[in-house]
Design a protein. Structure first.
Length: 438
């Protein structure tokens, strides 16, 4: 078992706090990225709300994957839930999606929700209540879960390319799904542990601990403060480069995927009747889903990469970029969930045009609202010769029956979806599978 000794960081709390103001005074351009000494409690509360919002969205995605796994487990012969059988039934994309959702959920929790609660309380920032050790833990876990989400996005894109272009089956037992989940976890562990020995996890001047030079601003041009931890190179090779590699993989995979679907539809053109127009519906849908998939990743991480590159080159960070970076970064889980549920929502709206948007969203999220039980009944609803208590009891009984029906329909819908996905075999159907669950 790997043991990490974080005790040396506890000794640097008071020293870092005393050096912090000196670095800020002598540094140049730090007023746009540092909030040390200012009361910005309202902004922190807003960031925490965004983190909770992202955590809720990621929770719905994890719940959806869990319902599919539970339906697979309950549909086994004889109802016996054997671990080996259950593992063989779990699809490749379900494993990756679950890892991705876990990364989104806990990155929002440790970075946005906890925010300055983990920053050393000796640092003069709003709501700081931690220590140097808690700051290092926040940087370690935040970096791990952010990397897990990014690399899971990349492996999911590769998996869909293999399914559509090379005919892999999502539930194929002969394929090795282990690398698609172990490699992102392994890379995330390595990248998050690498900054620990050099004490590179420090308060970044805004609302959380990240790979930052200490004291804050010591690496800025014009600063006269000696850095105890110069984190410029560490930020480049551990922070920016891996995420740019993941983004390039996602873009390339989506381009290959769209081209593969277009090629399949061109092959199907030979079977169309005379006078029948060319149909590129699947190519359009796949391309649109791929662009949404790229945008969900790029909106969150491109501002962060630009921010990091300016910081590495000791440039002046515009205040607008700082706001964009800090407002889009917490929404990674929301954007991933939005892309995941979007095809299902559009399909629901197309098949039920008269349904309200709220009902469609609840149906897509598989949320069944509890029925409101009556405690007193109107006179016009009472049957002749029946007392009010009996009438209410009958109504409550009917509502309980309706709740049971709704729960039964929910499980049936999940089973139907799981059976439909399991029946997806050929390449063309796999492209439909991507559009439904990318």
């Amino acid at each position: 078992m790997l043991e990490l000794d974080l005790s040396p960081w506890a000794e640097a709390d008071e020293e870092s706090s005393s050096q912090l103001s000196t670095a800020n005074v002598n540094g140049r351009g730090l007023e746009s990225i540092s909030v040390v000494g200012y009361d910005y409690t309202g902004f922190l509360i807003f960031i925490k709300v965004l983190g909770l919002f992202s955590m809720t969205a990621s929770g719905f995605l994890m719940r959806d994957v869990y319902l599919k796994l539970r339906s697979v487990s309950s549909s086994m012969a004889g109802g016996v839930r054997n671990w080996n059988n259950w593992r063989s039934k779990v699809s490749l994309t379900q494993c990756i999606l679950f890892c991705l959702s876990v990364g989104d959920f806990f990155s929002a929790f440790f970075v946005q929700f906890l925010s300055t609660w983990m920053v050393p309380k000796s640092v003069p920032v709003s709501l700081s209540a931690g220590s140097a050790t808690s700051c290092s833990i926040q940087g370690l876990l935040g970096g791990f879960f952010y990397a897990l989400s990014a690399f899971s996005n990349a492996t999911l894109a590769i998996a869909y390319c293999l399914i559509v272009k090379f005919g892999w089956k999502d539930e194929d037992k002969d394929r090795m799904r282990l690398p698609f989940t172990v490699v992102p976890i392994f890379c995330s562990v390595v990248l998050s542990i690498a900054p620990l020995p050099g004490k590179h996890y420090n308060y970044n001047g805004i609302f959380f601990c990240d790979i930052t030079s200490s004291p804050l601003g010591c690496d800025r041009e014009g600063s006269t403060t000696q850095c105890t931890a110069d984190s410029i190179d560490m930020l480049l090779w551990v922070g920016i480069v891996p995420f740019m590699v993941a983004f390039v993989i996602i873009v390339c995979a989506m381009v290959v995927l769209a081209y593969s679907v277009l090629k399949q539809e061109r092959t199907m053109d030979r079977y169309r009747r005379e006078g029948e127009g060319v149909n590129r519906n699947m190519t359009t849908q796949t391309s649109l889903q791929g662009m949404c998939y790229i945008a969900a990743f790029g909106v969150c991480w491109i501002p962060w990469c630009i921010y990091g590159m300016i910081e590495i080159n000791h440039g002046h960070i515009p205040i607008a970029l700082a706001y964009i970076h800090n407002l889009t970064m917490p929404l990674q889980g929301f954007f991933n969930s939005l892309v995941y549920f979007r095809p299902r929502y559009t399909s629901r709206r197309a098949s039920n045009p008269g349904e309200s948007r709220t009902s469609s969203v609840l149906s897509v999220l598989k949320v069944v609202l509890p029925a409101m039980h009556c405690h007193c009944c109107r006179k016009d609803e009472q049957e002749p010769g029946v007392t009010n208590d009996i009438n209410c009891a009958q109504n409550n009984a009917n509502e309980n029956i309706q709740e049971q029906k709704n729960e039964h329909e929910l499980i049936e819908n999940v089973n139907v979806e799981a059976n439909t996905e399991a029946a997806t075999g050929d390449k063309f159907e796999a492209s439909v599978h991507f559009s439904d669950a990318a």
